[in-house]
Structure formats: C-alpha cells, structure tokens
Design a protein around this ligand. Structure first.
Ligand code: CU
Length: 374
C-alpha cells in the first residue's frame, strides 16, 4: 500500500470510529462531573497558558485559585530534522511545538483545556491529537485532524486528576509512525486542592522535571549505517520494517541522547522537592533515581490514588505517564534513568540531576579511602 493510500484508508477508518463514539457520548457523559451548559462555559474566566519546552513546565498554581477556568493553549505542529545522538544520527521528527516530547499543559480538575492545533502549510502530513485525559471522540483525535494549512480548536473538560499522555493518532500505521517520530507529550491535571501524601496531608513541590522517554527506530543501510532522508515521511517504509521488530535503535529522554546531561542537566538544591513526571507513549519504562528514591509515587498517574512510598524503581506502562516526588538530602550528581540498564546506558535513556548543598555525614560517609589491602 502506498503512503497516500495508507493515509486515506486510515482517515476513513478513523472517521467511522469517531461517528460510533458520538452515538454513545450521551451515556458516557452521565458518569462525568456535573455538566455545564454552553452558556455557563461561555461565562467562565479564560486564561492563556504559555507553553514552554520540556523539561520545563508552565507557571501554575499547585492549589487552584478560584473556580473552574478555560485554559487556552496553542500547539503548532513542526515536522523538523533532529539529531538524536552524539554520532549525528538524524530523524525527521514530527513534533508539537518543535520539541520531543511536546509541551506540558497544566490545569486543575474541573477546568477546561482549549487547544488550538495548527498544521502550517509548509508541513507534508495530516496530524491530530488524542488526549488520554479527555473523554470522547478517540480522545479528541476524531475532531482534530488537520491538513497542512489548517487549524482546529478542541475543548475538553479535565474530569480526572493525574498525569496523562497525549499523542498524534492519524490512523492505521501512521499512529505508531507519528508516535515514534516524537509526536507525543503529557499534560497534568492537579486536584483543585493540590497533591496529598498517603495520610491526606498537602504535598508541595519546588520544581517539576518533565521527562518524555522516546523510542526511535532508525533504519540502516546495507553497511549498517543509519540512513538519512530528504524530507519528512521519506523513511515511512523503512521505518515500519524496523518498528515491526519492536527493537528500538534509540531510547532517549527529551528527544535526544544527552538532552538532559552535561550543560542541560537538571538542577536542584538540598532540601528542595522535585516532581518527576515520566511519560512514555509507546513502550514500558522503569524510572529510577540513582542515589535517591521515589518518596511518593503515583505510578499509574492518578492523583486520586494514594501514592506508593519509598520506591526504588517504578513502572510506567507504555501509553501512560506517572509522577514521583523526591526531596533531595545530599548534594552531588544523581542519575535518573530507565533501570533497564542496557536501555539507559547503550540506547540513551538517562538524565543527570546536579544537586548543590551541604553533605550530610550522618546519611553517608566514606569511612576509609581506598588503600592497599592491609
Ligand atoms: Cu502527527
């Protein structure tokens, strides 16, 4: 099947599924929170949230101020060539706002997220977005397909708390193809009264580290070298062959190997509390902080669940995001990685956190330096 046929077919399949979803929407809606009328939604305060590139997140209140709002965000789709490792390996990435993962939006439960999705004329492909946080129409995918030169506006109500993946889902093989070319990200829906520890006491964080783990499947030529392509989509046939094997050539954090190390390492101070958000749209992962822990971990992503405590490693199901809170007690370099260590060290899924502050001998000390065995 040609690429064009594939796209047409997938579009038909998707539209059919969207129609079926629309028929049952009335039933599903009844289990959600109280429905607001169009007039009530129109009267809600509207705020624009400025998107920033990961690992950073937009300015936000941890505890909601006032009642529900409509939070407006804008994603512009960029099909762009990206270098994904230190060897100059390239991919024509498909991105929301030019970053892998796409930017994080943050709202509170009961707020509305209103996305303007823009597919500039200069792009080659059609795209859409499926929000795992949303209810109906394939997570919005059935209502957001935009051709190059089009834009669309989707509003959905954030009825569930937690961290949730979003991704492009244009239909058929284009769904995994777009996802493993970078077209995914996460949003956070906070409880209106903020995060809670297992006893129900409020938990605050000083900073958020938004880590998107990305698996890439880069085709090789006859000599075993990674292939380069002229334009977005040119690798479609070759990439699908690699993808079918389910063995990624790269698994990286935030778009490229080393994107969160060296100059770009994450930073914190002793005493600061960080919220790590880990999103993986396609493949399972096992986040671990070397030298630290998950004090509280919402492994499945839901903030309505009681967090697990004192975890060494946690599990992120492919197609989900999870959150972990940790307060740093010692200075130094921490490695945050996928504790499939082959994936971390040989494929790229590792980040550094540089922590400044006073060393605590009580927690750890080198009692004797290495010396010749007595
Ligand atoms: Cu796409």
């Amino acid at each position: 099947m040609s690429k064009m046929d594939e796209m047409k077919l997938s579009r038909r399949t998707l539209m059919g599924a969207a129609a079926a979803t629309a028929l049952t929407a009335g039933v599903i809606g009844k289990i959600a929170m109280t429905s607001a009328t169009a007039a009530e939604i129109k009267d809600l305060p509207r705020v624009k949230q400025k998107m920033v590139a990961p690992p950073f997140v937009p300015e936000h209140d941890q505890v909601a101020v006032g009642g529900p709002k409509v939070v407006e965000i804008r994603f512009e789709i960029e099909e762009k060539k990206m270098v994904i490792d230190g060897d100059g390996t390239e991919i024509w990435a498909l991105t929301f706002n030019g970053s892998v993962p796409g930017p994080m939006a943050i709202v509170h439960e009961g707020d509305y997220l209103e996305l303007t999705l823009v597919n500039p004329q200069s792009n080659m492909m059609e795209h859409n977005i499926d929000f795992h946080a949303a209810t109906g129409a394939l997570g919005g995918a059935g209502l957001t397909m935009v051709q190059p030169g089009e834009e669309v506006v989707l509003r959905f109500k954030a009825t569930r708390t937690g961290v949730f993946v979003y991704h492009c889902a244009p239909g058929g093989a284009m769904i995994p193809y777009h996802v493993v070319h970078g077209m995914n990200g996460a949003i956070m829906v906070l409880p209106r009264d903020g995060l809670k520890d297992p006893k129900g006491n409020p938990v605050k964080y000083d900073k958020v580290f938004y880590v998107g783990e990305q698996d890439y499947y880069i085709p090789k030529d006859g000599d075993g070298n990674y292939k380069k392509y002229e334009s977005p989509g040119d690798d479609f046939g070759d990439a699908l062959e690699v993808m079918k094997g389910l063995v990624p050539t790269h698994v990286v954090f935030n778009g490229a190997a080393g994107a969160l190390t060296g100059e770009a390492a994450l930073t914190a101070k002793v005493g600061e509390t960080a919220l790590f958000i880990h999103a993986q749209a396609n493949r399972d992962s096992r986040p671990h902080l070397i030298g630290g822990h998950g004090d509280y971990v919402w492994e499945t992503g839901s903030f309505d669940d009681v967090p697990a405590t004192n975890l060494e490693t946690w599990f992120i199901r492919g197609g989900s995001a999870g959150a972990a809170i940790y307060t740093f007690h010692q200075p130094g370099v921490y490695v945050y990685l996928n504790h499939n260590l082959i994936t971390a060290v040989m494929l790229g899924a590792a980040a550094h956190v540089i922590v400044e502050g006073e060393w605590d001998d009580d927690l750890m000390m080198q009692v004797k330096e290495p010396t010749a065995i007595a």
